[in-house]
Design a protein. Structure first.
Length: 186
């Protein structure tokens, strides 16, 4: 008797689960995609700022994102410093970029290039355990930084080496020619 009840119960469950009601109203139409694109929509950007750290700007460079660059609160902003240059096998200059923060050990003490950001702006600044007024011009003058704005969904989902600016730029499909350049004056 138990087996008959179990069999009837199973058949009843299958019958109930396989039933389908009337379909609901159709949803709004979606946006057409671009042919050949798999639906990935990365709107990241890379730009370059150049400026000098001084007592007048409190040893910081402040850059407010223009309205042409849309940054969301959830986006990731990465800042790289042009650390050095080398020459490749063809005699061409090759830039060496480092992800901030970067620390230098100087005779005076420790110097750190650091940054913070909001979705409105980015600030690159110097921190140290000594008087920043004793820094050599090579540490403060005409410093070049690259700012990469990476959408949060992409930064979280991708296996991206953020310490490598070339990989970040390639992932965002940004070429060297597309990097916007801005000089910051005190």
């Amino acid at each position: 008797m138990k087996q008959i009840k179990l069999l009837l119960g199973s058949l009843l469950a299958i019958l109930i689960l396989s039933c389908e009601g009337p379909s609901g109203p159709p949803g709004p139409p979606g946006f057409d995609g671009v042919d050949g694109v798999d639906g990935v929509n990365i709107l990241g950007q890379v730009l370059e700022i150049e400026g000098s750290f001084s007592p007048g700007n409190d040893y910081s460079l402040f850059y407010e994102f223009p309205t042409t660059i849309e940054v969301f609160e959830s986006d990731v902003v990465l800042v790289y410093i042009l650390w050095d240059q080398t020459v490749d096998g063809n005699g061409e200059a090759v830039d060496i970029w480092r992800l901030l923060p970067q620390t230098r050990i100087l005779n005076q003490g420790l110097l750190q290039y650091n940054y913070d950001f909001t979705f409105l702006d980015v600030s690159v600044f110097l921190e140290s355990d000594f008087d920043l007024g004793t820094l050599a011009p090579g540490d403060t003058d005409n410093q070049i930084f690259r700012i990469a704005i990476v959408p949060a969904e992409f930064a979280q989902g991708a296996k991206l080496d953020t310490s490598n600016i070339i990989e970040v730029m390639n992932s965002l499909n940004v070429s060297e020619e597309e990097v916007g350049r801005v000089i910051i004056n005190d």
